[in-house]
Every structure is written in C-alpha cells, then in structure tokens.
Design a binder for this molecule. Structure first.
Ligand code: NAD
Length: 494
C-alpha cells in the first residue's frame, strides 16, 4: 500500500526550540517510515539570516541519533529550504509565496500546504492574515494550519485570537495542538472504555466513587520562568491537557471512533462541567508554589529564586481541584485533578476508584470497609494499566490482601511507539483532527478556568507552601480527605 503523503510544510519559528527538538525529528521519523518520501518539502522561516546549507546542517544535527546513515540524513535534509522572514513584513510573504510555488512544482506537491506556527501566539493573527492576503492559501489542494498552545490567556483573548485566525482559515482547517492528546495511552482511554464491557458497564456514578488525574513534573520552570510567570499551572496545564483528559474519561460513547463524532461527545462532556460561582472556588480548588529544599545534600531552588521570576511572585506552580460533571452519568462523582512542578516524581496517571461492597464479610463487624478496586491507567513514564483487587490471603482465617493485576508495555514497545508530535503531524497530513482541540472545547475550558483565576486574583496566597520534592501542599491532601478519599500515587506501577 502506498502510504506516502504529499505536502509542503512551512514552519514559522524554524530556528526555535520546538522546531529543533520536536518537529524535525518527528518529520524524520515519518520519512523513515515511508509516510514522507519524494513528494514533500519544508520551508523553515524565522528572523535570522541562514542559508539553505546552514539550515540543513541544523536539521541534520537534530536527527543525528535517529538516522541510520549520513546519506539518508542528507537526502532527507535536501528537502529543507530556509527563508529569512519577519512575520510583520508584507514583502516577505511574496518571497515565501514564490518559493512555495517553486517547491510545489519541483516536488509535485499538489498545492497541499501545512502551515506550522511554532512561535509566540502573539503573531498568529498577523501570520494568518498575511497568508490569506498574499494568497499563500491555495485554491486546490489542502491548506491546514497547526498552532501551538497557549491559545489565549482567558476566554476573551482566546475569542479574539480565534476570530483573527478564522478570518483566514475554516475551523476544519485549524489543528490546535495539545501534545498530550498525541500520547498513546491517552488515546487508549477509548480502548479501555469501549472495548471492555466490564469497564464500560460500570463507567458511571453507580459504580465509580471518584476519578483522579495526576500530571506530576519533577523539574521546575528551568529557563521558562518568564513565560511561566504569565501563565501558572492553571493556565499551562489545567485549561488544556487536564480538561482534555477529563472530557475523554467522561464523554458518552461516540457513534464511531471518528473525529467529528468523538469531538461532539467531548464538547458535550465539557459543557456538563460545573462552572463554579466565585465564592465556591475555595471549596473546589487549591493552589501551591514550590519553595526551596535540600534533597540528598542537593539544594533545590524555590520558584521565587528561579531565573526571570519575581522574588515575590504569586504564580502557582501547583493546582489541585475537584471537577464536577453535572449530567446523568456523573452526577455526584468527583474528578480530582492535580498537577505541579518540582514534585517528588515525574509521572502521569489516571485512577478510577470503584465503589466498595455494601458489607465487608471479611471483617468481624462487617462494617470496616475493604480496600477499593482501583483501575489505574499509566500514561508516562510507564505506559500500561493495573487493576487493584482483593483476594483471600493464603492460610487459615478469612483475611484478604491486595492483589495488583498489571500490564505494562515493555520498554521496547514504548520506544517503538510513535512520538506524540510524530503522530499529530501524521494525523494532520491525513486530515484527521480527533487529537486536536476544537474551538468549542477551548472556549468551554477557558470559561471554567477563568472563574478560578479571577477568584484567586482577589486573594494573596501564602506562598511558598510546599517544598520541592514533595507531592504538593497540605491543602491538596485535605481536599480529598474532607470527602473521605486520598490520592493514589504510584507512577511506575511497581
Ligand atoms: P522559541 O523562542 O525557541 O522560538 C521562536 C521562534 O520564532 C524562533 O525561530 C524565532 O526566530 C521566531 N521569531 C520570533 N519573532 C519573530 C518575528 N518577528 N518574525 C519571524 N520569526 C520570529 O520558542 P519555542 O519554544 O520554539 O516555542 C514556539 C511556540 O510553541 C510557542 O507558542 C510555545 O508556547 C509553543 N510550545 C513550545 C514547546 C516547546 O517544547 N518548546 C512546547 C509546547 C508549546
């Protein structure tokens, strides 16, 4: 089967970190697998004056660990062209158009164009406006726009940005990247649910006590302090990645596993997420900021001591919250979410805690609760599932003990599974937008997050409130304790 795709990629921000660390290696992986062969070309554009040769050297450097031979890497890099470009300069778009037409002919690209905006969202409006005005959008062939987060900093700014982009591209031509959605295990949530009757039949408020989602990072802000100061964990992680995971867990079964069908169900789930009243926020959401600590004789900086961070910063590096979904399936089931930086370990996992037995026949008074059944979906670094069950302890008496049924993808399977960006770029080449976010999802997520942000802005938090290397502030544990629950945490499943 010929799986070769045909397109011209134009990467705005072609000299940047994202392009070098993710995009070029991902394009190369697609090349190696035969999705890209002869009929593709890449234009890298940014302000710096680079030659094609220099650009190709940089591209080759980014794939040196992936390429089997220099010849193969050189052949791949020969499809790359560099054009110095200031996005605000109209003249440059004419040059870009000329080069695009030339490459289109040279590689027979059928006027298929993918514009990847790997730069600050401040420029998105300007770029898309020029792409249309200078006629870089072709009439035949496909035209697709890939954009990176952050998409606005609140609902209002996101709506303005969306209007600007939509003046040039239709919604179905816009691919808003959420690289979390490209992760194999996140996509596998659908398989857990819709390919296993034992789970889907119990996937509701009759059998599920609570759901927990943890996205934990062990590193701090590193050199991204300047950006993080304007964002914080709520905007950086909750508005996009976490609410996307919530919607995949909570949605109704789609008619088919196709992009429009899944999206429709995700949007419905997001619309059922309760938007809090400002005075309710403190009962549902807590925040934290890491302070300095010494672990194994090594001093770890507090957030306020990091580069480009205000020494009195009130930016949160940790969020925990209780999301309520007001529909028939989920009424009364808390979805606890948490994410933070400089936590004990890096890891992403989802825990589904099922309701207990009406009576515990294994305890004398029959009322001491048994350990709950918990289904855990490991997303990273481990990929796999586990199911916690009670079993009879061998020997006399009626004692039970916990048993963990586990499936972990082997390191080899995980290493061979496509990287998130590789998967997403291929989806875009295929015109499949399942794993990208629709404007309606973005809008709904901002509405949820804005209320929390506004309530928090009115109060001065007592920061820092958790030491680096811990699992966050005490208030995060208390959030669950007051409902009679506790966080599960076992990132490697051992
Ligand atoms: P970067 O600062 O490394 O790169 C920005 C690029 O834009 C550079 O190539 C620069 O030359 C170019 N640029 C800046 N101003 C320009 C102008 N006026 N005209 C033309 N070119 C100009 O940034 P990055 O880390 O690559 O991030 C790019 C986007 O991707 C941002 O929106 C960021 O939030 C998002 N993002 C990045 C990552 C990552 O891992 N780096 C992850 C998720 C999202």
């Amino acid at each position: 089967m010929n799986q070769e795709k045909t397109a011209l990629f134009t990467i705005f921000g072609g000299t940047g970190d994202l392009a070098k660390r993710k995009l070029y290696p991902s394009l190369y992986r697609l090349y190696k697998k035969g999705f890209l062969k002869e009929h593709f070309a890449v234009i890298g554009t940014a302000r710096r004056e680079w030659t094609n040769d220099y650009y190709r050297e940089i591209v080759m450097e980014t794939i040196k660990d992936l390429a089997d031979s220099t010849e193969e890497a050189t052949k791949f890099a020969s499809h790359f062209y560099y054009q110095a470009h200031n996005v605000t300069d109209t003249e440059h778009y004419s040059e870009l158009k000329e080069l695009s037409t030339k490459l289109d002919e040279k590689y027979q690209l059928e006027n298929n164009r993918i514009y990847y905006l790997a730069m600050s969202p401040n420029f998105f409006g300007t770029i898309t406006e020029h792409l249309k005005a200078e006629e870089l959008i072709t009439n035949d062939g496909f035209n697709r726009l890939i954009i990176e987060k952050p998409f606005g900093h609140d609902y209002e700014s996101a709506a303005i940005l969306n209007d600007q982009i939509r003046a040039s591209f239709h919604e179905n031509q816009i691919y808003r990247i959420d690289h979390y959605l490209g992760k194999e295990m996140i996509q596998n949530i659908s398989a857990v649910r819709f390919a296993n009757a034992i789970f889907e039949s119990m996937w509701n408020n009759r059998y599920i006590d609570n759901i927990q989602i943890t996205l934990s990072e062990s590193i701090g802000v590193e050199e991204r302090g300047g950006y993080y100061e304007t964002s914080g964990a709520l905007r950086d992680m909750v508005q996009n990645h976490i609410l996307q995971v919530v919607s995949l867990l909570a949605m109704e079964p789609p008619i088919e596993l196709k992009d429009e069908e899944i999206r429709e169900e995700k949007i419905k789930a997001l619309r059922s997420v309760r938007i809090f009243k400002p005075e309710e926020v403190r009962h549902y959401f807590v925040r934290g900021q890491y302070g300095a600590s010494t672990v194994h004789d090594e001093k770890s900086l507090g957030y306020r001591e990091e580069q480009n961070v205000d020494p009195a910063s009130q930016t949160e590096t940790f969020v925990a919250g209780k999301v309520m979904i007001d529909n028939f399936r989920w009424a009364g089931v808390p979805f606890y979410i948490r994410t933070g930086k400089k936590l004990r370990e890096k890891g992403t996992q989802i825990n589904i805690q099922f309701k207990g037995m009406p009576l515990n026949l294994f305890s004398e008074d029959h009322t001491t609760p048994q350990e709950p059944n918990v289904l855990t979906i490991y997303i990273q670094p481990t990929e796999g599932f586990s199911l916690q069950l009670n079993s009879k302890k061998i020997g006399q008496g009626l004692e039970t003990e916990l048993l963990n049924l586990k499936h972990k993808n082997s390191a080899e399977t995980s290493a061979n599974s496509p990287e998130a960006y590789e998967k997403l770029i291929l989806d875009c080449l295929n015109g499949d937008s399942t794993n990208f976010t629709h404007w309606d999802e973005v809008a709904q997520s901002w509405k949820f997050v804005d209320v929390i942000r506004q309530a928090w802005n009115k109060e001065t938090p007592e920061f820092p409130n958790y030491p680096s290397g811990s699992m966050g502030p005490v208030c995060s544990d208390q959030l669950l304790e007051k409902d009679g629950f506790k966080w599960f945490w076992n990132p490697t499943g051992e």
